[in-house]
Design a protein around this ligand. Sequence first.
Ligand SMILES: *[C@@H]1O[C@H](CO)[C@@H](O)[C@H](O)[C@H]1NC(C)=O
Ligand SMILES: *[C@@H]1O[C@H](CO)[C@@H](O)[C@H](O)[C@H]1NC(C)=O
Ligand SMILES: *[C@@H]1O[C@H](CO)[C@@H](O)[C@H](O)[C@H]1NC(C)=O
Ligand SMILES: *[C@@H]1O[C@H](CO)[C@@H](O)[C@H](O)[C@H]1NC(C)=O
Ligand SMILES: [Zn+2]
Length: 309
Amino acid sequence: MKTFVVLPVVLQAAAVSAWGKLGHATVASVAQQYLTPNTVKQVQAILGDKSTTYMGNIASWADSFRYEEGNAWSSGLHFVNGHDAPPPESCHLILPEDCPPEGCVVSAIGNYTERVQNKELAAEQRTQALKFIIHFLGDIAQPLHTEAFGEGANNVTVFFDGYKTNLHAAWDTSIPNTMLGISPPTSAANITNADFLGWANNLAAKINQGSYRRDVRRWLRNHRLPANRKGAERAAAAWAQDGNEEVCHYVMKIPGNQLNGTEIGAGAGGDYYKGAAEVVERSIIKGGIRLAGWLNLIFDKRTGFEFWL
Ligand SMILES: *[C@@H]1O[C@H](CO)[C@@H](O)[C@H](O)[C@H]1NC(C)=O
Ligand SMILES: *[C@@H]1O[C@H](CO)[C@@H](O)[C@H](O)[C@H]1NC(C)=O
Ligand SMILES: *[C@@H]1O[C@H](CO)[C@@H](O)[C@H](O)[C@H]1NC(C)=O
Ligand SMILES: *[C@@H]1O[C@H](CO)[C@@H](O)[C@H](O)[C@H]1NC(C)=O
Ligand SMILES: [Zn+2]
């Protein structure tokens, strides 16, 4: 069994990855619950999908797109590298300077926010723009997508309940899978629609009970009209700062070179895992709330959370 799963783990380590399928589809499915009727109509039309999982179905599309021939240009759009000294000493992101001329997740959110609203573009281009927005608002809520140390911690080797992986992949996949009891804690696990819909429903229930009321207000602080390229870049810069701070607060509170080579799984005393699971839950909810508010601003000129705030 162990030798069987080594291959996908190594493949994932070779590339800079993102939330796995479970994380991205859950962010999208949480967002789906807070779209206004006007937004739902337009998003379903642009995606050409009226199924119950219309957002979750395409949430990981950008991660397969980037590996197709001719699409390598899009790989650098999934993250932004900060100035770290290294964490936890100081986490620091200077924007727009830290976004290279080829683009980063911040400029990409600006570009695709503009493109999805440009009626002169071919329908296919607007569909692509919407799929990128749904994916990148997930990525920007993963703290290690706003962090440079060890290539976003892709080169910090860790063991997760015995599986050899890296710290980035552990946050993308091992921790979320383990939170839901899905095995193995690697990208080899099969994720079903019931997995991400079930998780999104649980998270939405917590949100609706008011557990995150004050956070929701803070997460939407940068959602302002007009939702154009400039407004999107300004908001995305703040979201990236927020993720970068989380790296010093928790993800690499134990420095990367000390985590390197250690076991961080749920079975290993579980201290690192327990705190990490809380950060993952908050980050998935945060990504979902921001995505819903952002799509509502684009398609309905309001966040849809007015009565919450
Ligand atoms: C915006 O996106 C389009 C389509 O992916 C791409 O061709 C273009 O280079 C991007 N522009 C900027 C400024 O990133
Ligand atoms: C891993 O990242 C650290 C910090 O950025 C760097 O010093 C080191 O050379 C990297 N190692 C490899 C094997 O890429
Ligand atoms: C995932 O599903 C495939 C196809 O049904 C199956 O062959 C494989 O063993 C499953 N993997 C795991 C880890 O359950
Ligand atoms: C982690 O340890 C490996 C092997 O000892 C080393 O090659 C790598 O550079 C280390 N990574 C970091 C970020 O220190
Ligand atoms: Zn990604």
